[in-house]
Write a protein that binds this ligand. Sequence first.
Ligand code: AMP
Ligand code: MG
Length: 500
Amino acid sequence: MIASQRACALGLVPGYQDLPERFYARVAPEPVSRPRLIAFNAPLAEELGLDLDQADEATLAALFSGNDSVRVGGTVAVAYAGHQFGQFVPQLGDGRALLLGDAPGRDGVPREIQLKGSGRTPFSRGGDGRAALGPVLREYLVSEAMHALGIPTTRALAAVATGETVWRERPLPGAILTRVAASHVRIGTFEYFAARGDREALGLLVEHVLRRNPPAGALDQPPALALLDAVIERQARLVAAWMHVGFVHGVMNTDNTSIAGETIDFGPCAFLDGYDPATVFSSIDRHGRYSYSNQPHAARWNLARLAEALLPLIDPDPQRAIDRANAALEEFPRRFDAAWLEGMRRKLGLTTARAEDAVLVREWLDALHRGRVDYTLAFRDIAALADAEAAPRERLRARFADPSDFDAWTNAWEARIAHEPPLPPGARAAAMRRVNPAIIPRNHQIERAIGAAIDDGDFAPFTALSIVLGRPYDEAGPRTAGYARPPAPEERVTRTFCGT
Ligand code: AMP
Ligand code: MG
């Protein structure tokens, strides 16, 4: 093992690199000519236990461009496969990313550090191994916003401009993102070995994941089944959390489905503005496979691919393996529905559960849909109902094309609240504001920040947006109100593009 002590200049230790050589390719980053630091997430570095508080910008730029790792070695491109829009691709892998190693974590939980855009690898196929500035800024903003919203996600530790040009439809400035994940293992990693009939590797991967990302419950079942069960639980909770904030991932392929249950891959993702469950943003998703409302079904489909890959390890008897895997998969809809309803109750200010709650939520969403009401602001302003404040209530009512829709529903909501245990004045509204964000990463704001960076080299809008997105549940004040506003008709973004 060459990377025994220090996996890179950051003082990381090898984690995934301790698995056998067929799990990855050893590759060094391709150095870049003029690395310049765009953003560095100092609080995250501190959480990760990285000793960087004395590092100057040039040092950070050298570290997070990969220029420093070249010297130290130990970086790997990880092998994986995946189903992309339903089609199996037996080999994908890190075509433009490199794993540096594990950060210790101040909480003792190791996290993987990866460079994205660091040059070609044996998995690059036709690609250049690079990333353009726009997608790097987008991932930085949205992944950190997801974290601030309280949703499991990969994080962004740094963004560095490379000083080099990448060629997409037009020449663009190049950049590198440093991504942090509990694990970069995806459903596609299991599919890679399953497709090769490599049971030994599958077993090692199961062991690795169970050790690194241990499930909450006891391991009173075969390890592969315990793993499947844990991933089902994590994905049910994750996708429910996405639905609660109106997030559309956009490219829920099995290679973008994390075993650790984190949001990963921020290519064509976007948040709903006006509520329509059929919303699709991604330019390549022509049939709505990954539309907002289809996300739980897509997750269930992906989990079935994980189950298939794990079958030989679940039970030596093929039929019993299928039965046990199916029994685990059947839990997904129940768990998703429970997590979804639990979160929706909180968003509506309910602290207890009653049978009629699911209907109350559905009727609210149907009313939002009929009026294409802004999803985020509708939930945010609904706290006004609990406050019994007239002005915000009228403001919310006015968002509905047919205000009688709103009146009918609020009557039902008030009748339901009558069954709730009483709370001190203001407590219900305050609790609602803690789960209904005022500010989400709206696509028109992201595009504006990216445009200023690319066209004018002006990173101020990016930095300002990044700060505002860090406190999504704060009441919008004079300086932040513009970020809370939905896009004007001419600002609306209806199409997003993959970050390649
Ligand atoms: P993604 O769409 O980001 O999930 O990537 C799908 C696959 O394409 C992965 O194997 C990536 O590593 C690979 N890929 C994406 N962009 C590039 C690029 N610019 N160069 C090489 N490989 C890439
Ligand atoms: Mg991906």
